[in-house]
Design a protein around this ligand. Sequence first.
Ligand code: ADP
Length: 237
Amino acid sequence: MHPTSPPAVLAEQLAFKYGSGGGLVRADLVVGTGEMAAVEGPSGAGKSTLLALLGLILRPDAGILRIAGEDTGLLAQGDRDLLRRRSIGIVLQDLGLLPFLNAWENVAAAFGPRLARHRAAARELLGELALDDVADAPVTQLSGGQRRRIAVARAAVKQPALVLADEPTSGLDPRTADSVMNALRTCAARGAAVLLVTHDAAVAGSCGRRYVLDGGVLSDLSASDRAAQNAGEVSPG
Ligand code: ADP
């Protein structure tokens, strides 16, 4: 992260309650440009709710959420929509690829309907993700791992400040999961903060920041790791 640039995402005491009473009780998190962060947690812990809040799909009931330095609580709906389109890429579990378009067209579709205008950007990113050989293939003919990497490319092609991914490796064999994680690492290397939700401890362990969500409360595991390390340094043995 550039020393003077704000973190891509900063949440303080973020909370959201559904009518049912469930939701997110409290989340404090920060992910800087170029960083990878994982959120683990059991079913019902609030992971989807957190993603929807960070993706500016839900509005928090309380707390602060800054995206690329912008205090989202101060924005009118139109400006929130603009910030989402400009600064956030989302990889949903249901990837939402368009079956009547080929791979590069799906990536270019992130910009809007004028696909040919964004052909070069889409193909260049597919090249970076080692997907050049399938750039012209219909997405219906691609493997599950390839489709996920196409969805990652679509989320990242506009060079958003933040890429959110919901269980990007679920149900994949370790090698394919690795290729999807490498695609997300490429997004981080291109200047995004990447935050993913996962059940896979190995995937979470490969991220620089690690959070756990339980009962709607988010804890920073990397902070407790750092504290334990510091304590170990103070009293060795
Ligand atoms: P996770 O993604 O970790 O499984 P969710 O964010 O989906 O968790 O859910 C958190 C809590 O909020 C759960 O208790 C769930 O039942 C509740 N919840 C989720 N979505 C809704 C909704 N649309 N309406 C009411 N309650 C919901």
